[in-house]
Design a protein. Structure first.
Length: 290
C-alpha cells in the first residue's frame, strides 16, 4: 500500500483487492455500524445483512479474497447475453497460451482461447483507466450492481477489440466528513482491479463490487484511520460518499470515472451495456459491437 497526504485528504493506493482486504483486521468492532442510526428501519439499519451484504468482517474478507460466488455466477450468465465485439484487423491466431483470453472462446471452454497481440497491434495503443465507484446509494439493489459489472466487462472487451486502447480498471472508495466549508477531512482508497495487459478477472471484479467491500471493509478503514483531526471530524459517523473526481490528479493519466449503478439504466445486462456504450461514445471512446 502507498499513501499520499494532501492537506486533509488521505489517499491509499492498493495493488489489488486482496491487498485492500489485508489492511482490514478481521476482529473489528461493530460498535460504529450498530450505532449508526437512532431510528432503524429495514433500509437505514447498517447492521442488517441487507445493507452490508456480509454477516461480519470475516465473511466480508472471504468475499474480497475468494470472490462473490453468487454475484460471479449471475455475472457470467448476464455477460453471455451481451453483444459480442468484433475485433478489427487481420484474422488472429489463437493458442493455449498468450497475453489475454478471447472472452467468447474462453466462455465456450475452447482451450485455444488465448491471444498475444503483435507488435504492430500494441504500437501506438493508449492506456485508459476506467474508475469504478465501489460505493453507491443504499437503495441500489444487488441485481443492478451485477448487471453493471457484467456490462463493464463487455465494455472493456469492446474497447480493446476496437484496437484503439488497452484498458485498466480501478476501484474507488471514498468518504468526506464536513465540519465547515473550510475544514473537511476525506479518506480515499484506489484499488487496481485490472492492469492494461491483464485479462479480465471476473471473480476479482465480483469481490470488489460486493456491498461488503465498501460497507464492511472500507467502513472499517474509516474507523481505524488515525489522521490528526479525523476522530473529531467523523464523530463515529461514516460521512458522505466522496466523488473520485476530487482526487483525479492522483489517478493514472487518461482516467475516466464510470457512472454509478442505477436501478433504472441497469435493470438488465443489455440496457446496462447500452447505457455504458453511450457514456463511452460521449467521452470519445471507440467501441465495436456485433
Amino acid at each position: 500500500m502507498q499513501t499520499i497526504q494532501k492537506k486533509s485528504d488521505t489517499i491509499h493506493f492498493f495493488g489489488g483487492i486482496s491487498e485492500f482486504a489485508d489492511r482490514n483486521p478481521a476482529a473489528a468492532s461493530d460498535e460504529w455500524i450498530k450505532g449508526r442510526y437512532q431510528i432503524k428501519t429495514e433500509l437505514t439499519d447498517p447492521s442488517r445483512l441487507s445493507f452490508t451484504g456480509a454477516n461480519d468482517m470475516a465473511e466480508a474478507l472471504d468475499y474480497a479474497r475468494k470472490g462473490w460466488p453468487e454475484g460471479l455466477a449471475t455475472m457470467q450468465t448476464a455477460r453471455a447475453s451481451m453483444p459480442r465485439p468484433n475485433a478489427r484487423g487481420a484474422a488472429r491466431d489463437y493458442d493455449v497460451a498468450g497475453m489475454y483470453p478471447d472472452a467468447a472462446r474462453s466462455a465456450a471452454g475452447d482451450p485455444c482461447s488465448m491471444i498475444t497481440p503483435t507488435e504492430g497491434e500494441l504500437k501506438g495503443q493508449s492506456i485508459i483507466s476506467l474508475v469504478i465507484q465501489c460505493g453507491y446509494n443504499c437503495g441500489i439493489d444487488a441485481a443492478s450492481v451485477i448487471n453493471q459489472a457484467a456490462a463493464i466487462c463487455s465494455l472493456v472487451d469492446a474497447l480493446e477489440a476496437s484496437g484503439s486502447a488497452r484498458i485498466e480498471l480501478t476501484g474507488y472508495h471514498g468518504t468526506r466528513c464536513l465540519r465547515s466549508d473550510a475544514d473537511h477531512h476525506a479518506l480515499h482508497a484506489l484499488i487496481t482491479l485490472k492492469s492494461a495487459h491483464d485479462p479480465l478477472d471476473l471473480a476479482r471484479l465480483a469481490g470488489a463490487l460486493h456491498p461488503s467491500s465498501h460497507r464492511r471493509l472500507f467502513f472499517r478503514m474509516i474507523e481505524a484511520h488515525e489522521q490528526a483531526g479525523w476522530a473529531a471530524s467523523v464523530n463515529k459517523n461514516y460521512g458522505m460518499n466522496s466523488n473520485p473526481s476530487s482526487i483525479i490528479d492522483h489517478m493514472p493519466a487518461q482516467s475516466l470515472i464510470l457512472p454509478n449503478p442505477s436501478n433504472t439504466t441497469d435493470r438488465t445486462p443489455v440496457t446496462s451495456f447500452h447505457a455504458l456504450s453511450e457514456w463511452a461514445t460521449h467521452h470519445g471512446l471507440n467501441t465495436t459491437t456485433a
